[in-house]
Design a protein around this ligand. Structure first.
Ligand SMILES: Cc1cc2nc3c(=O)[nH]c(=O)nc-3n(C[C@H](O)[C@H](O)[C@H](O)COP(=O)(O)O)c2cc1C
Length: 270
């Protein structure tokens, strides 16, 4: 395969982007990051590789970071691209990726940021309207051919993130990953639980990308010794809106998953 597109997606936005991109790039393959993470070593012989992922807390999700660190990039791979998607904040994901690649003697050749509907029901959150979702899809479909062309022609293109709704200073964006690493070390984590609306269907276990959720006696139990990837798939795919995050008013907030993403799509990433 000439081009490998590695993706990580909790609620289908990144999967949708990766799928749509693949349609426009001949001789390309989609590979789920979560499936690869479990391997002892990850080697690629592709001429070009790319990463498609969501932004979490202004940076790359932990599993994506670990995957890129683990990925053995041989001399054959001469072109690397990254596509971040997020609800709208600025982010420092590409600084993080550059740092990892530099240690491997490689560089990030092209980078793009795409705005997608929010899947994060933590803060004062309403479900993205159908109109908003459709608008973002129109913008995505306009943007993708240009992105595909850059990749096919192996061009260097560091796109500026002009759609960001804020102006977080670069130095702060660079500090965030250190804060996240520290809070992870201290064992700080969101506490999730299923409330009385839980019907015991087991969908949360199916979509849980980190395999932290196990059904026990018909109820989901979050295993203490397994890291949560924060993908929010459990919360957003629960048909009864029964999964909540402690200390956040998630009972009142909406839920979102990409209209084309099924429970099986997310489950198949594992
Ligand atoms: C834990 C978490 C943290 C997030 N942090 C940010 C953020 O800092 N900035 C932002 O714009 N979007 C943030 N988002 C929104 C997602 O990046 C966005 O909805 C993305 O498209 C989800 O992609 P997916 O469906 O492939 O998982 C966050 C979402 C989650 C679940």
């Amino acid at each position: 395969m000439k081009i490998e597109i590695y993706y990580f997606s909790g609620t289908g936005n990144s999967l949708h982007i990766a799928r749509e991109l693949q349609k426009q790039i001949p001789d390309s393959e989609l590979i789920p990051i979560v499936k690869m993470l479990g391997r002892d070593s990850i080697k690629t012989e592709a001429q070009a590789v790319g990463f498609v992922f969501p932004i979490y807390m202004t940076t790359i999700p932990n599993p994506v970071k670990r995957f890129i660190q683990k990925l053995d990039l041989l001399d054959k791979t001469q072109y690397i691209f990254a596509i971040a998607n997020r609800l709208g904040t600025s982010h420092g994901a590409f600084f993080e990726i550059e740092k990892i690649l530099k240690k491997k003697g490689k560089t990030l050749n092209s980078q793009f940021t795409i705005t997608m509907p929010s899947n994060d029901p933590k803060f004062n959150y309403n479900i993205p309207t159908e109109e908003y979702i459709a608008d973002l899809e129109t913008t995505l479909q306009k943007k993708l051919p240009a992105i595909a062309e850059v990749i096919i022609k192996r061009e260097n293109a560091k796109e500026k993130d002009i759609e960001a709704q804020d102006k977080i200073p670069t130095f702060l964006l660079k500090v965030v990953p250190h804060i996240i690493a520290l809070t992870n070390k201290m064992g700080m984590d969101y506490k999730m639980f299923a409330d009385s609306k839980c019907g015991g269907c087991g969908i949360c276990e199916k979509v849980c990308l980190s395999k932290k959720i196990k059904m026990e006696n018909g109820k989901p139990i979050w295993q203490k010794d397994i890291e949560c990837f924060l993908c929010s798939a459990c919360i957003n795919f629960c048909p009864n809106k029964a999964i909540q995050i402690k200390s956040f008013k998630t009972e009142k907030n909406g839920r979102y998953s990409h209209p084309y993403a099924t429970v099986e799509d997310i489950s198949n990433e594992k």
